[in-house]
Design a binder for this molecule. Structure first.
Ligand SMILES: C[S@@+](CC[C@H](N)C(=O)[O-])C[C@H]1O[C@@H](n2cnc3c(N)ncnc32)[C@H](O)[C@@H]1O
Length: 248
């Protein structure tokens, strides 16, 4: 089992290297990523990454393009009939801009990351985006995804695209599991009943579904419903896991 996990990590890392090359992300950091890409779990790495990349490019989306993701988020938003969205660990993704550009209904989008330079970048881009609905709004927040500066029950949708993936690269198991639990707990805490956590990831359902399922059983104040589906049409597997929060 342990061997399988190691192989999976190694394969995931190879996949990511191929993908970085495939979609044009500079490969120069590979030597600093470590054997399983553990640098991706470090603030230091991301600060360096954005210092290098901001300016060279305006936007960059991991895993899935922002067109696919924003369509999927707006579809969920119509089901939960809400308007507040959090992009958790937004990086240079253009998901927030796409949401503002596309939503006919007034929405409020928060982009959050622990690197301040990308939040400044998101603020600049989102302030000039042509919004379909002029009442829609945006805010950028510098914060830790594992300790969110929001009250309980305030968001309709929380989007995580690649953020938990990067925390899961931590090479110390206890710390990795602690960060995983904190990110999930915090995301579910800030969701309003009826809201939905949408996780876009390449983590295989064979393992990831069970990990999420076990984690949500620990929450007693609300019930959660977990499902997943394949996402996008990229040349590698990608999934969206949905956790819907309901009243007990
Ligand atoms: C793999 S990138 C994904 C970026 C973006 N969501 C996308 O899909 O293109 C992970 C992002 O999560 C951010 N991140 C990682 N750990 C974080 C944490 N604990 N708190 C806030 N942001 C974090 C990183 O700075 C980085 O921007």
């Amino acid at each position: 089992m342990e061997l399988l996990k190691i192989n999976k990590h190694a394969c995931g890392f190879l996949f990511k290297l191929v993908r970085m090359r495939y979609i044009g992300c500079p490969v120069m950091y590979c030597s600093s990523l470590g054997p399983k890409g553990e640098a991706l779990s470090k603030l230091k790495y991301w600060k360096y990454h954005y210092k290098k990349n901001l300016g060279e490019q305006n936007e960059f989306d991991w895993l899935l393009n922002s067109e696919t993701v924003s369509n999927s988020v707006l579809y969920q938003l119509s089901i939960v009939q809400g308007s507040t969205i959090l992009d958790l660990g937004c990086g240079m993704s253009s998901v927030s801009q796409k949401l503002l550009k596309k939503s006919q209904h007034p929405i409020f989008v928060h982009s959050l990351d622990y690197v301040s330079s990308v939040i400044e970048h998101q603020k600049k881009l989102c302030s000039v985006v042509p919004k379909v609905n002029l009442s829609s709004g945006f805010d950028g927040i510098v914060a830790d995804a594992c300790l969110l500066p929001y009250k309980d029950n305030v968001f309709d949708i929380v989007v995580d695209k690649g953020t938990m993936d990067s925390l899961l690269k931590d090479d110390i198991k206890e710390r990795r599991m602690q960060k995983f639990a904190s990110l999930l707990e915090e995301s579910l805490r800030i969701l309003r009943p009826g809201g939905c956590f949408m996780q876009f990831t390449d983590e295989d359902p064979d393992i990831h579904y069970d990990i999420l399922f076990i984690a949500i059983q620990k929450h007693s104040a609300h019930q959660y419903h977990l499902s997943f589906t394949s996402a996008g049409s990229e040349p590698y597997p990608c999934y969206v896991y949905l956790i819907k929060k309901t009243m007990l």
